[in-house]
Design a protein around this ligand. Structure first.
Ligand SMILES: [Zn+2]
Length: 296
């Protein structure tokens, strides 16, 4: 599933192509992919894409509508009059095609884009495809008030790249369980999934099954430093391309070449040569080095 670095990369590559574009029409090819807001679809025509934002693993198109009343502010997101909120889940992806391009096998939603208001691309038209092989992904069309009160959104923890190490350590301690489960819990920190949980735990030399209560303040701060370093490097490298992940320009990321543990069960640790162990932690496939990552 695309995690923070992948969704951030998709948002950036999408923004270059669609910010400033007017939405002229919407086509729903798979009704379950539109999880909320079907009644708002007519309001989309004539709106303009003002920003592409990310919160956790959510990708958000912020729309402006000329005929609107004063927009309401959604905490942590740019002001807009209507939001298109996407969760890509396992296999959701975006691509901008030329006008008239027909739907592909896995295309679930199509947004026809009219003329762009940005001076550098005044006449670009096209079609924004939301493709999703597994169909677990979704789009919600939301008014600001509904978005600001949406339980999933309001429960999201802080952004790990927008807060300090002390805040990350505190957020992880908000609840019990083991440290791997804490990293995956979107209510404690937003945007982390299996890849960046395993990689940051390796870098911090912490075994994934370690109980939060057994970790010292220093160990949690060390994990915060490692997590930020891993996420920042992955954003710089445009994410990790496993399965079908591509950014919105069709390019693969390259952080998968830097994996120390993720997906390397049975291979040798790049630091000490010990065979990496695979196990289930927090219900997820987990790989760690039993020598570098000791239990306290
Ligand atoms: Zn090792």
């Amino acid at each position: 599933m695309p995690e923070l670095p992948e969704v951030e990369t998709i948002a950036r590559t999408l923004a270059l192509q669609i910010v400033g574009s007017a939405i002229t029409s919407v086509h729903v090819l798979h009704s379950a992919s539109l999880a909320a807001g079907a009644a708002l679809l007519p309001a989309l025509a004539g709106s303009r894409i003002a920003r592409v934002a990310r919160r956790g693993k959510l990708l958000v198109l912020c729309l402006e509508h000329d005929a609107d009343a004063v927009p309401v502010l959604v905490p942590g997101l740019p002001k807009a009059s209507l939001y298109l909120v996407f969760h890509l889940k396992m296999t959701g992806s975006f691509f901008v095609h030329p006008p008239e391009t027909a739907a592909l096998k896995h295309t679930r939603l199509i947004f026809d884009l009219g003329e762009n208001s940005r001076p550098e691309k005044p006449t670009t038209r096209g079609r924004l495809f939301f493709d999703d092989i597994r169909t677990f992904g979704y789009c919600r069309v939301m008014l600001p008030n509904d978005f600001a009160l949406w339980g999933f959104f309001t429960s999201l923890g802080p952004e790990p790249l927008s807060v300090g190490n002390e805040d990350i350590a505190q957020a992880l301690k908000r609840g019990g369980g083991n440290i791997k489960a804490a990293l995956l819990d979107q209510r404690r920190l937003a945007g982390i999934g299996n890849i960046y949980a395993d990689e940051s735990l390796f870098q911090a030399k912490i075994a994934p099954q370690t109980k939060i209560s057994a970790l010292s303040r220093n160990a949690l701060l060390r994990l915060a430093v490692s997590l930020r370093a891993v996420l920042e490097q992955a954003v710089r490298e445009c994410g990790s391309s496993i399965r079908n992940y591509r950014d919105a320009a069709g390019n693969a990321g390259s952080f998968q070449n830097s994996f120390m543990v993720y997906g390397r069960k049975g291979e040798k640790c790049r630091i000490c040569g010990t065979t990496l162990l695979g196990s289930k932690v927090a219900g997820r496939t987990t790989v760690h080095c039993p020598r570098c990552q000791k239990l306290p």
